[in-house]
Design a protein around this ligand. Structure first.
Ligand code: KG4
Ligand code: ZN
Length: 342
């Protein structure tokens, strides 16, 4: 295991299609982003209030070639200057993953380039290594997105120990669901974040499941409590202050995330805590982690917002590390919808 996988300036083409973003990026030496193209499908899925897998994979098929072409053009290179191809293998929607994997295989085969399948969650973790060149393990990472809520202990590059994960809903999933019931559209996390700013988060009372025990999470009880509260209000014709409601709901999620993440880092005795995944863009989560993590003697890291949500630069960065170690995926590489990181 190299101490710092940075001593070779390989240029990697990264491809990410695990959910509803078609993304391609060119990253040099695992840290320098030459292009990072994301074609979002949110407009397409908005009217359904969530991602429709069939619709997503069809749109990926339409977008994948133009998105890769644009990533190369923006980087000012051709495929002749690419040293390897990294693609998300899972977890994600199988039909979506297969589009990116097929494109990656075609390019790798035609250009005789090394191919490597990347775990999407490892990509989210590498978004931080991209953003912070000085950041090194050991550290604790909270990965929190629409599909995942996991606390990892990262003793070294490429090594992951799951300290705890959600037993039911991911934090982003709960935010999106409650936002939908509030009529805020999809994805709702960023809207709740915006509405909650400057609000009193104590105007509504929500449960904080398992706050004082272990590193596991549970958000489905909180989600149901919020939905039922709204339904009761609607039935009785009671007006709900949407911004105050959003703030209180967000605060319940943030409370649990902040408490457990800080405790995990202190228990492992590491001075660094990093946050990754779409919900890491949340301003209240950032503010509280900064304050409370700082007070506990931790340095807290997160990627800039554009690297928090799904993107291919993070896949290229994680892929660079694996290729650098000599890892290669065979042409039989297949999508793994439930791929675990360990
Ligand atoms: O990482 P990501 O793009 O996709 C998954 O791998 O799931 O995360 C998307 C999730 C959505 O649930 C979205 O609502 C949430 O991240 N999200 C946010 C914010 N920006 C994105 N949640 C709270 N506050 C935000 N600012
Ligand atoms: Zn993601």
């Amino acid at each position: 295991m190299p101490s710092k996988p940075r001593d070779q300036s390989l240029t990697i083409l990264g491809i990410e299609t695990s959910c509803d973003e078609t993304a391609a990026a060119v990253v040099e030496a695992g840290r320098r982003i030459h292009s990072n193209v994301i074609a979002s499908q949110t407009d397409l899925h908005e009217k359904f209030g969530g991602v429709v897998p069939e619709v997503a994979s069809r749109r990926h098929v339409e977008l994948i070639v133009p998105v890769i072409d644009r990533a190369l053009a923006e980087a000012g290179i051709t495929l002749a200057e690419v040293d390897g191809v990294a693609v998300t293998q899972g977890p994600g929607l199988v039909g979506s993953l297969l589009v990116g994997i097929s494109a990656a295989k075609a390019i790798a085969f035609a250009r005789r380039l090394p191919l490597v399948g990347v775990n999407h969650i490892e990509g989210h973790i590498y978004a931080n290594f991209l953003a912070h060149p000085e950041l090194e393990p050991p550290l604790v990472c909270l990965t929190v997105s629409g599909g995942h809520t996991v606390l990892f202990y990262v003793p070294d590059y490429g090594r992951y120990e799951v300290m705890g994960a959600t037993r039911d809903d991911a934090a982003g999933e709960a935010l999106d669901k409650v936002a939908r019931v509030l009529g805020l559209g999809y994805p709702g996390g960023p809207v709740i974040d915006r509405l909650a700013r400057g609000q009193d988060p104590t105007a509504f009372d929500f449960p904080r499941a398992m706050l004082d025990e272990g590193y596991e999470f549970s958000f489905s009880g909180l989600k149901t409590a919020a939905v039922q509260r709204l339904e009761r209000a609607r039935k009785s014709g009671q007006e709900v202050d949407v911004a105050a409601f959003a703030a209180a709901f967000q605060e319940a999620i943030v409370d649990v995330l902040v408490t457990k993440a800080i405790r995990a880092a202190l228990d492992k005795g590491v001075p660094r805590l990093m946050v990754s995944g779409g919900v890491a863009a949340n301003s209240r989560l950032r503010e509280r982690l900064q304050q409370e993590g700082g007070a506990a003697g931790l340095t807290v890291y997160w990627p800039p917002p554009e690297l928090c949500t799904d993107n291919a630069a993070m896949i290229a960065a994680a892929g660079y590390f694996r290729l650098h170690l000599g890892q290669r995926s065979p042409m039989s590489l297949n999508a793994e919808p439930a791929l675990r990181l360990r």
